[in-house]
Design a protein around this ligand. Structure first.
Ligand code: CA
Length: 535
């Protein structure tokens, strides 16, 4: 589009100069020369010929995790529509996050920077809007930009032509939204359906003369996992396998011994698993319509709670019942997500947008589905360190592309800019992985850096930072206690055996510490550097 404008300008200049020389009677040779240069500019290289800037839809969910996606090999459920994006494009198997919680992950998407530089280290903070975000660069390059749904930044950032977002965590039923004018409007229905409908409405009324970037931000699958009405009881006939690490005793891992995020002790029967919920008390349920309340009461009170009372469970039987209920609720909420992604893909097909629209489905971080006995996220351990990322770009990314290299969420912003032909500003710390997606040979990083901060609330996970290489994770925990952990991911993919300080690992540890320090310096994490120097 810029190129066309440039050509028009060149033509105008040529016309004027030509007229002058024509009148002077000496224009022919000069005209030929000018046409030669103009002609050169008009012919784009073959790869760019007919290139129209692509639209981008970034579907961004909350706490949805690889272990629940069939494209990632899950046997717990089927996600045909998410799998469709992966099968028609690329799937990233080692996409790590910089700080495994909700708000900070969104701040990193917008800035392409680590939490210590964008200032959003903890949830429930306010994102600093006096810093550049990459969508401003898209706007400068002629894009219209929108974010619809969950945003979780405590404020409305710059760089968006249209905003209609949930305040904070938002509600599953009959949620409020805040628009660009800061007005609060309540929408009837289930949040995942509403976000999809609002996204389609925006697509239908957008300015068709411009390419677009749209974030479809989902609340699902965040705690407390209230399913849509058609999904109540969707997994009642299933008994899920207990993960092999479910009864982890946390030997050799001091922080894991002191956390507060187990299904056993931390997950609540009432608020999380809906056993004997008070439907009249203020909160999520007070927003229900009488029909919604009736459907929930019939399922959770008349069926689930009665079953729970009759069983009189204790000990292992109680913990495993909680795990089964957790999985049923979590996966039922995820059903709605996959269905809505399917609806959006169908819309793109029908509207003719599919051909030139990049579709991405990603989550803000990974999540524990009973591994180590946990729910929630936060740790540098594999399940929460990695996040799902699938991307489809017809004609550019070959179907069934698998990316195993280590990619980070600081790379998302530069990749999106790169996809749109927008220059990448220097403040961005990540790199575009578009060459990886295209299957072009490239030298790519062999490790990534991680730093988690939120302590002690809500789950008493010690702050820590570390490095994840292709084979190892080295982490430094600090705060209440200072110690190191080392894992061989190839031999121990669930971070069960802390090798730090064990005989035979001295040279490896020293080498990883050097690499970690290099990462800290490269990403300018002064706080971590100080902690490294202290002991
Ligand atoms: Ca999250």
């Amino acid at each position: 589009m810029h190129r066309t404008a440039g050509v028009i300008t060149v033509h105008k200049i040529i016309m004027k100069i030509t007229q002058f020389y024509w009148l002077a009677g000496a224009g022919l040779a000069i005209l030929t020369t000018l046409l030669f240069f103009a002609g050169k500019q008009e012919v784009a290289p073959p790869s760019r010929r007919n290139a129209v800037p692509p639209n981008i839809i970034f579907i961004f969910s909350d706490d949805h995790t690889n272990q629940a996606i069939s494209a990632y090999g899950s046997k717990l459920t089927k996600t045909p529509n998410i799998d469709r994006i992966a099968n028609e494009g690329a799937i990233l198997h080692t996409n790590i996050v910089t700080n495994s919680i909700c708000g900070p992950s969104r701040a990193t998407l917008l800035t392409g920077k680590y939490s210590h530089l964008n200032g959003y280290k903890l949830n429930e903070k306010v994102f600093n809007v006096n810093q550049p975000v990459f969508t401003e660069n898209l706007q400068k390059n002629g894009y219209q930009t929108a974010w619809i749904g969950k945003m979780h930044l405590g404020t409305l950032p710059n760089g968006f032509d249209y905003l209609n977002v949930l305040p904070g965590q938002g509600h599953y039923y009959n949620p409020d939204f805040i628009n660009s004018k800061n007005e609060k409007v309540q929408y009837p229905g289930y949040v995942t359906n509403i976000i999809t409908k609002l996204s389609m409405d925006w697509l239908a009324k957008r300015d068709e003369s411009k390419p677009f970037f749209l974030v479809v931000g989902h609340k699902a699958t965040h705690r407390e996992w209230l399913p849509d009405l058609p999904d109540l009881g969707a997994y009642d006939n299933r008994t899920f396998p207990i993960p092999p690490t479910f009864y982890d005793n946390y030997e050799g891992r001091l922080a894991a011994q002191d956390q507060d995020m187990t299904i056993d002790k931390t997950m609540r029967l009432k608020e999380d698993l809906k056993v004997h919920v008070d439907y009249e008390k203020a909160g999520s349920y007070s927003r229900f319509t009488p029909e919604q309340k009736k459907a929930f009461y019939n399922y959770y009170e008349n069926k689930v709670s009665k079953e729970f009372d009759a069983k009189k469970l204790t000990g292992k039987a109680l913990v495993e019942w909680k795990y089964q209920r957790y999985m049923k609720d979590y996966l039922s909420v995820a059903n709605s997500m996959d269905r809505n992604i399917g609806a959006l893909l169908d819309y793109l097909d029908k509207s003719g947008l599919a051909k030139n629209t990049v579709v991405i489905y990603a989550s803000d971080q990974g999540f524990y589905l009973g591994e180590h006995g946990w729910f929630d996220k936060r740790w540098i351990y594999e399940e929460s360190l990695k996040t799902l990322f699938v991307i489809r770009y017809p004609g550019v990314i070959k179907p069934r592309t698998h990316i195993n290299q280590i990619v980070s969420n600081i790379d998302w912003a530069p990749t999106l800019l790169n996809l749109t032909g927008t220059p990448i500003p220097s403040y961005i710390q990540g790199e575009s992985f578009l060459p990886l997606l295209k299957g072009e040979k490239t030298n790519w990083r062999k490790q990534a850096y991680y730093h988690y901060y939120e302590f002690p609330q809500p789950h008493h996970v010690y702050p820590h930072f570390g490095i994840r290489t292709e084979q190892y994770t080295l982490a430094r925990f600090y705060g209440p206690k200072d110690f190191w952990e080392l894992y061989d991911i190839k031999k121990d993919p669930h971070n069960m055996h802390n090798l730090y300080g064990q005989k035979g690992y001295e040279a490896l540890t020293a080498d990883l510490k050097i690499k970690l320090k290099q990462e800290i310096e490269q990403y300018k994490d002064d706080e971590a550097l100080e902690i490294m120097a202290s002991k």
